[in-house]
Design a binder for this molecule. Structure first.
Ligand code: NDP
Length: 445
């Protein structure tokens, strides 16, 4: 396999999909040497079969707004690879959603899910529907209309969706309700459900908590055992960002930034538990903007910018893709940042990743660092299949064990001769090998 040839071929066959090309390039560069050491992979053309999704559903969603206007949105489900288990991956509602973004997310999800140690394939879905400013009834009608089309393609043993940007507990509940009614069954398709109808304890917290468990594993290798004295910059103020902040505070760190798509706040005194509760309520109940935090607590708010110019020792991007570019990465390193761990999916551009690696800081790519969310989703599936629910402590312990195991896989496959751990290579190679071996064993399909 020659990375350039494979990439050129994919770019020619699937033009205008920059995010998908970016995600594929990053993985191919990491696995090239390992792949080429296995001529049997090339013989079975594993590389194209692992890069191109198994199938993509695309459809129109028609719904009615509160003023009785009939609206349409485009919606999709990318079922990328199910060699190791049922398709599994979240649903995103955001105006930027398009095949390129969902293909990159489903591709990443395949390797991430392989790392979790649980039997889950990779998928992703979503719509260009913008939930901002919509009433609760409009959200419900949109979710129902989306599932009216998608329900026949998903199921507990085929494809299990969950949340992502713009899709939290409320949206999952509406989608699950419609699915249950149409499919006539309660077997737990969908994860991130409410606790009353099959959800798992710790699922809302899992991505954020998992990211911090991963950070702690990285820091421990450097002899650092808690977050005392660490200044932490977080982007986003949604599900991943808020629970990340909660765990940072619990372990003694100081959170100085959070953001949304309009701008960021910088609070040099630290966002403490009370202030974080305010943000949680602002975002989840009042559907407000992060600027309101600055108005309330009198700190700096920077409109239209990202927080990476602020001084921090740990950066935890937890909003969206490509939110740290080369310049941001330079700023972080220059300001003394020792670790970047990705709560979001592909938040760092390829330039930014190269700067982190060149400077040999601790850099954890999303497919390793944010795998806690899908891991607890996998545990939710297990609990649903067994028709029981585990206590919080048990789920949290399993989450910690899984993050430790993902960290160990990264160290195993990513340690360089000088002892530096390249977590990008480690995660990509470990995830790839598992999926590739499963595909080889199952024949040409
Ligand atoms: P939420 O919708 O709960 O929060 C997203 C946050 O990011 C919001 O603050 C949002 O601001 C901000 N944001 C969204 N788009 C942009 C943008 N284009 N520029 C700047 N800020 C933006 O989503 P999650 O917290 O669930 O997801 C965040 C990231 O984590 C995503 O990359 C997702 O794929 C990833 N992830 C999530 C998992 C989960 O379990 N939820 C699991 C693994 C990864 P605003 O309110 O203004 O839109």
């Amino acid at each position: 396999m020659k990375v350039k040839e494979v990439l050129d071929n994919l770019k020619q066959r699937f033009p205008n999909e920059p995010e998908y090309h970016q995600a594929v390039e990053e993985v191919l560069l990491s696995i090239e040497e390992t792949y080429n050491a296995h001529p049997e992979f090339e013989k079975q053309n594993i590389i194209e079969r692992i890069c191109i999704p198994d199938r993509i559903f695309s459809f129109r969603v028609t719904w009615v707004d509160d003023r009785a206007n009939v609206k349409t949105n485009m919606a999709f489900r990318v079922q990328h690879n199910n060699a190791i288990g049922p398709y599994k991956g979240g649903i995103r509602f955001h105006e930027s959603v398009c095949p390129s973004i969902l293909k990159f997310l489903a591709f990443e999800q395949t390797f991430k899910n392989a790392l979790t140690t649980l039997p889950m394939g990779g998928a992703k879905g979503g719509s260009d529907f913008n939930p901002q400013g919509k009433s609760d009834s409009e959200i419900m009608r949109f979710c129902q209309a989306y599932i009216l089309e998608l329900w026949r393609h998903i199921g507990p043993e085929t494809d299990v969706p969950a949340g992502d940007i713009g899709v939290g507990g409320r949206e999952v509940a509406y989608m699950y309700g419609m699915y249950r009614k149409l499919a006539h069954e309660n077997t737990g398709t969908f994860t991130g459900k409410g606790l009353e109808f099959g959800g798992s304890l710790i699922r809302p917290e899992a991505t954020g908590y998992g990211n911090i468990y991963f950070v702690m594993n990285m820091l421990k290798r450097k002899g650092i055992n808690d977050l005392k004295g660490q200044i932490v910059a977080i982007s986003g103020s949604g599900n991943v960002a808020t629970y990340t902040a909660e765990k940072v505070l619990e372990l003694g760190g100081k959170v100085v930034t959070m953001s949304d798509s309009s701008g960021y706040i910088y609070d040099p005194n630290g966002i403490d538990t009370e202030k974080l509760t305010y943000i949680f309520d602002l975002k989840n109940n009042q559907r407000g903007r992060i600027k309101e935090y600055a108005d309330k607590y009198g700190c700096k708010y920077v409109e239209g910018q990202r927080p990476w110019v602020e001084k921090c020792t740990i950066a935890l991007p937890s909003a969206t893709q490509n939110e740290i570019d080369g310049h941001d990465a330079e700023m972080l390193v220059m300001n003394g940042c020792i670790a970047v761990s990705e709560g979001a999916n592909m938040p760092s551009t390829i330039d930014a990743v190269n700067i982190f690696l060149k400077n040999k800081i601790l850099y954890a790519p999303g497919k390793a660092a944010n795998a806690g969310g899908v891991s607890v989703s996998g545990l939710e599936m297990s609990q649903n299949a067994m028709k029981l629910s585990w206590p919080k402590e048990e789920v949290d312990k399993r989450l910690q064990d899984i993050m430790k195991s993902i960290h160990e896989s990264c160290v195993k496959y990513g340690t360089e001769p000088d002892g530096f751990v390249n977590y990008v290579n480690g995660a990509n190679i470990a995830g790839f090998m598992k999926v590739a071996k499963a595909m080889m064993a199952q024949g040409v399909l």
